[in-house]
Design a protein around this ligand. Structure first.
Ligand code: SF4
Ligand code: SF4
Length: 114
């Protein structure tokens, strides 16, 4: 990992974070979802081009709460694939958290030396 700053070491940091959901309007885009899966996402959360989640600035419209304090995805069960692949402690997570001034997450399985 490229991070050298302070770290936190907890198992489920996402509910006190939300940084990757508030990183870029290009982030919560649709990729491998089929039409049936996309139909499950309420249309008021989908952008005009139907290419991803609607964002307010960099923040996904489906994100509830305050980034870095307490957040949740209001469409968690039907969220896009890209949202499922961002894992606490990976490079995208670290980048998003850094943007919001949050310490990097160290997940035990990812932090072990080889
Ligand atoms: S994956 Fe990382 S950046 Fe995204 S909510 Fe979880 S801890 Fe935050
Ligand atoms: S759909 Fe949910 S998990 Fe995905 S960016 Fe939006 S708030 Fe985050």
């Amino acid at each position: 990992m490229e991070n050298s700053g302070p770290t936190i070491d907890i198992e489920s940091p996402c509910q006190a974070c939300g940084a990757c959901c508030s990183y870029s309007q290009n982030w919560p885009r649709f990729t491998t979802e089929d039409d049936a899966e996309l139909d499950l996402i309420p249309e008021n959360f989908v952008n005009e081009r139907l290419s991803g989640m609607r964002c307010d600035g960099d923040r996904c419209s489906a994100l509830s709460g305050k980034v870095g304090v307490a957040t949740s995805c209001t469409i968690y069960a039907v969220r896009p694939e890209v949202c499922r692949t961002c894992m606490p402690g990976d490079a995208e997570c670290a980048m998003a958290r850094r943007r919001h001034g949050l310490a990097s997450v160290v997940v035990p399985a990812l932090s072990r030396d080889p």
